[in-house]
Design a protein around this ligand. Structure first.
Ligand SMILES: [Zn+2]
Length: 149
């Protein structure tokens, strides 16, 4: 007998699983965080479908703290980098907007430094062009002169 794996059977299995989880849900209004041991409101926990209460065992504050600690480790840094890279590649428009905003913010904060750097770069480029002009062939000369003006 042949067992056919069809793509349509996958979502139905998933839906069935989800349905059983929903049935097991216990509605709780508050819960004790297993890390800081403080009893907090259900709204202060992230949702976790596989848990019988539908909530995670750590409160949002503890979760955030442990995530922050993980991101500080080399492994966490690498994972976070890949995650952000993946997001940027899937949201190029948003990523561009965020980068532009950050760049503008940096400029506002370090205006003089940025202007000085730009000026230095321009002077360096000009200097390089002058150097090239000294040894330039006649046909190159015109191009270089145009770039200098
Ligand atoms: Zn906690």
């Amino acid at each position: 007998m042949k067992i056919q794996k069809s793509s349509t059977s996958v979502p139905s299995v998933k839906a069935g699983k989800r349905a059983t989880i929903k049935k097991a849900l216990v509605t709780v209004t508050e819960k004790q965080c297993s890390r800081c041991k403080v009893i907090k409101l259900a709204s202060e926990f992230y949702r976790k479908a596989s848990d019988s209460t539908g909530l995670g065992s750590h409160c949002t504050e503890c979760r955030k703290a442990s995530e922050r600690a993980f991101r500080a480790t080399p492994e966490g840094k690498a994972k976070n980098y890949l995650k952000q890279k993946f997001w940027r590649e899937n949201n190029p428009e948003k990523a561009k907007a965020i980068a532009q905003k950050a760049s503008k913010k940096y400029y506002e904060k370090n205006k003089e430094l940025v202007l000085q750097r730009n000026n230095d770069r321009r002077n360096r480029e000009k200097l390089n062009l002058f150097r090239k002009l000294k040894t330039a062939q006649p046909n190159q000369e015109l191009i270089l002169k145009a770039r200098l003006s």
